[in-house]
Design a protein around this ligand. Structure first.
Ligand code: CAA
Length: 259
């Protein structure tokens, strides 16, 4: 697949997507959103894919939706732009294998929202996070009002969204917006290390665990535990579960087949 604004590199079961509009700090224009959507759409049934890493070229992860395009919208087009971003973030959230955001620099507006849709956020010590839309007279449009409050609590989310101020990686880590912080030069190696650890495990179990965590957080605890029970039964019936337990008892490394 040919892309103009993203670079996709495949290393065994891992795909690394680099958003590559460095001159515009990787701002998400319509074309870039389409290309990201197209990658996830076409990769949905690819059983050889076990983990995706998203990062940005240069000093930014993503500095937000492309303001030069946004400024040309009317209300209907603005709603359509929001819907496209929401669809992309939902696609990432529901994607059957884990998606890691390797946040190398600015993750602002739509960039912070893109990172929040990923399963795990690793940040470089140079990363900066924010939802600065109020500076433009706007509000977040790719899920920021919802996912930020769910990740860091309503008080911190309101503080970030109402002031539009940026926070650094360490503060983002402290409030639970990012999961790990590394020196910038180590970020991609650490992301690859984590992706390799994930892809060495049973892919079906990981897909089902992701689904249980995501769905479970939207419903009450009792119903969520029922969801886990049903899925525990479903995963128990897979060949990989049989192989994993057998390998443990035979004191050897399991050979998972994704079946
Ligand atoms: N859209 C379009 N272009 C952008 C951009 C964006 N979101 N962010 C940066 N750029 C462009 C700049 O216009 C500039 O282009 P030129 O060289 O052609 O002038 C180039 O990237 C470099 O940017 P700066 O010169 O501003 O770089 P800086 O280091 O001085 O500042 C920054 C960096 C603080 C990130 C600053 O660029 C900035 O504040 N960017 C806008 C961030 C923002 O408001 N994001 C939210 C967008 S709205 C949104 O995302 C809505 C939503 O939820 C969907």
């Amino acid at each position: 697949m040919e892309y103009k604004n993203i670079i996709v590199k495949r290393e065994d079961k891992i795909a690394v997507i680099t958003i590559n509009r460095e001159k515009a700090l990787n701002a998400l224009n319509d074309e870039t959103v389409n290309e990201l959507q197209s990658f996830f759409h076409h990769s949905w049934g690819d059983n050889s894919l076990g983990c995706v890493i998203i990062t940005g070229a240069g000093k930014a992860f993503v500095a937000g939706a492309d303001i030069s395009e946004l400024a040309q919208c009317d209300v209907q087009k603005a709603i359509a732009t929001s819907m496209k971003g929401l669809y992309l973030t939902k696609t990432i959230e529901n994607f059957p294998c884990p998606v890691i955001a390797a946040v190398n620099g600015f993750a602002l507006g739509g960039g912070c929202e893109l990172a929040m849709a990923c399963d795990i956020r690793l940040a470089s010590d140079k990363a900066k996070f924010g939802q600065p839309e109020v500076n433009l007279g706007l509000i977040p449009g790719y899920g920021g009002t919802q996912r930020l409050a769910r990740l860091v609590g309503r008080g911190k989310a309101k503080q970030m969204i109402f002031t539009g101020e940026m926070i650094d990686a360490h503060e983002a880590h402290r409030i639970g917006l990012v999961d790990e912080v590394y020196p910038v030069e180590e970020l991609m190696n650490k992301a690859m290390e984590m992706a390799k650890s994930i892809t060495s495990k049973a892919s079906l179990a990981i897909a089902v665990a992701k689904e249980c965590i995501n769905r479970g957080l939207d419903i009450n605890l009792s119903a969520a535990c029922d969801l886990e029970k049903i899925n525990f039964g479903a995963i128990y019936g897979t060949s990989d579960a049989f192989e994993g337990m057998k390998a443990f008892l035979e004191k050897r490394k399991a050979e998972f087949k994704g079946k």
